[in-house]
Design a protein around this ligand. Structure first.
Ligand code: NI
Length: 396
């Protein structure tokens, strides 16, 4: 067992330069969600080169299969997302994005690279570990409905059905050389709220002849916060933010329409859908009681990410063995969202974080910013650790 770990560590070190070059390529040629055609082709070419069979799902998703010894013993899925964001890169690096306005600003180029690296290692050592590894290169993480939901619809969790799934995300607030894990709820669900308040506009000097949609919108924004402060269990984190209010365009006309947009986030799936009902009731009741009409739409987005407790404990233990105990931290809970949550609704999953921050080198920018980057020594850690987790046998 520990011999296998050493072999993985050695190969990760041997191949790290090659895979940093792969990351540079992916970084220079980013593609937006569901348009990852070249990225998908690049991944397939690499799998061909490694001798790993694969199939294509949801147009740009790639699902590879590596059989170890006794392939029926267990099936473990390893997942990487492959899409980029509509952001103009501001880093001055030789591998800067060549596509104006598109950037791997969430590190999915790194995730893809680490999974390709793990694939090469696992394929090379396939006579030394047991079971089957399913490699999931997933499109469309950054945009609804989420590539994970499409792949699941197309059968990614069947034939063969994985018993567990691991996924990693780069973490620019975690020091290079570290990883973090946590069991239980780790990330929030994210739903979008769209409200239109419709009334009779008119002259601002004669409000009694109008339905004041601006006033109603103001009351509604304040009132909706009471769902969070009064209806929510204080022990369940949840956030409602109205982030856009659009209505009117001058000083003396009450508009006939005001539009609100916002986001609702929760860690608890039961509360999540109860809150949707409360938002609907509260908004409809208040707006109608003030004499206006309302259109309300809640666009249901990604579910919360639930890390299976037992699996996360096993993963953490594997990480401690691989990295040393002092390199492993506990992930903090975040209200951000990840479509990895779709997998964890079906099978035990563990979504963990890879430290990429290097203060001395000035690498500290957050994800989704134009200056996001990583300390690339994280790639050796990321690919080795992912391979090592793929060989885990405990907890199944
Ligand atoms: Ni991301």
């Amino acid at each position: 067992m520990s011999q296998l770990k050493e072999k993985i560590r050695h190969l990760a070190n041997t191949y790290s330069t090659d895979f940093i070059a792969i990351r540079h390529h992916l970084h220079a040629y980013p593609e937006l969600s569901y348009q990852e055609f070249e990225t998908s082709r690049f991944i397939r070419n690499k799998l061909d080169e490694f001798g790993i069979p694969y199939s294509v799902l949801a147009q740009t998703g790639v699902v590879g299969l590596i059989e170890g010894k006794n392939p029926g013993k267990k099936v473990i899925a390893l997942r990487a997302d492959i899409d980029a964001l509509p952001i103009l890169e501001e880093n001055n690096v030789p591998y800067k994005s060549t596509r104006e306005g598109i950037m791997h600003a969430c590190g999915h180029d790194v995730h893809t690279t680490c999974l390709l690296g793990a694939a090469k290692i696992l394929q090379q050592l396939r006579n030394e570990w047991e079971g089957t590894i399913k490699l999931i290169f997933q499109p469309g993480e950054e945009r609804n409905p989420g590539g994970a939901s499409l792949l699941i619809k197309e059968g990614v969790l069947t034939n063969p059905a994985p018993q567990a799934i691991f996924g990693l995300h780069v973490h620019p607030q975690l020091e290079i050389g570290k990883l973090s894990f946590r069991g239980g709820q780790v990330m929030a669900s994210a739903d979008e709220i769209y409200i239109t308040i419709k009334g009779k506009g008119g002259h601002a000097a004669a409000p009694h002849l109008t339905t004041d949609t601006i006033l109603i919108a103001s009351e509604l924004i304040v009132s909706l916060q009471q769902i969070i402060s009064r209806n929510k269990n204080p022990f369940l984190p949840s956030v409602l933010s109205i982030c856009s209010i659009q209505g009117g365009h001058t000083t003396n006309v009450i508009p006939s329409e005001v539009k609100l947009m916002g986001t609702f986030r929760a860690l608890d799936e039961e509360w999540r859908f109860k809150a949707h009902e409360l938002i609907r009731q509260q908004a409809t009741g208040l707006v109608q009681s003030m004499g206006a009409g309302i259109d309300l739409h809640i666009d249901v987005g990604y579910p919360s990410v639930y890390n299976n407790e037992a699996l996360s404990a096993v993963a953490r233990q594997y990480a401690e063995e691989y990295m040393g105990k002092d390199k492993i931290e506990t992930t903090e809970v975040r209200m951000g969202a990840e479509d990895f949550g779709y997998y964890t609704q079906h099978i035990p999953g563990c979504f963990y974080r890879l430290g990429v921050m290097n203060v001395a080198k000035g690498i500290t920018s957050g994800v989704h910013t134009p200056t996001f980057n990583i300390d690339e020594s994280a790639i050796e850690t990321g690919m080795g650790m992912m391979a090592w987790l793929g060989t885990s046998t405990d907890g199944f």
